[in-house]
Design a protein around this ligand. Structure first.
Ligand SMILES: [Zn+2]
Length: 147
């Protein structure tokens, strides 16, 4: 998830081991130059990610800075929260399935995906005899996790 009120051009701190800008600006080089040649602490002082109301001074002023609005940030937050709720709500079902698999000694099983509802789309495998950890992935919606 991107930072709150981040610039909409900001693509994250380390997709490529350097802060990335959709406008192609070399944020790392710019910030390092303005930070006396050091990269220490630049992450907190990029204009791209500076929080609204923060008193921390930005390392430089970007003429293309275009912050997300509070409304966009709220929407993003709500979408993330809804996604998490949906994700977490499926876990008890998967846990029950895992318990039944362990009881039967079944290492793999397919079941209806608790996220998208697609029949036989969720593949679950349990490392029975190892650590009983489960891995689940839906072949339809792609949702899943590794325990
Ligand atoms: Zn699914």
């Amino acid at each position: 998830m991107s930072d709150l009120n981040a610039c909409r051009h900001f693509k994250g701190m380390y997709p490529d081991d350097r802060p990335a800008c959709a406008k192609g600006r070399d944020v790392l080089a710019w910030a390092t130059r303005c930070n006396g040649g050091s990269t220490i602490g630049i992450g907190l002082r990029l204009p791209c990610t500076k929080q609204r109301g923060s008193t921390e001074k930005s390392l430089f002023d970007c003429p293309e800075l275009d912050r997300k609005t509070q409304e966009e940030v709220d929407q993003q937050r709500a979408a993330m929260s809804a996604h998490m709720d949906r994700f977490v709500s499926a876990l008890p079902k998967i846990n029950d399935m895992k318990a039944r698999m362990i009881a039967k000694g079944a290492r793999t099983a397919k079941t209806t995906c608790p996220w998208c509802g697609e029949k036989s789309a969720l593949r679950i495998s349990v490392a029975i005899g190892v650590n009983n950890h489960a891995r689940a992935q839906c072949e339809s919606c792609g949702e899943g996790f590794i325990e």
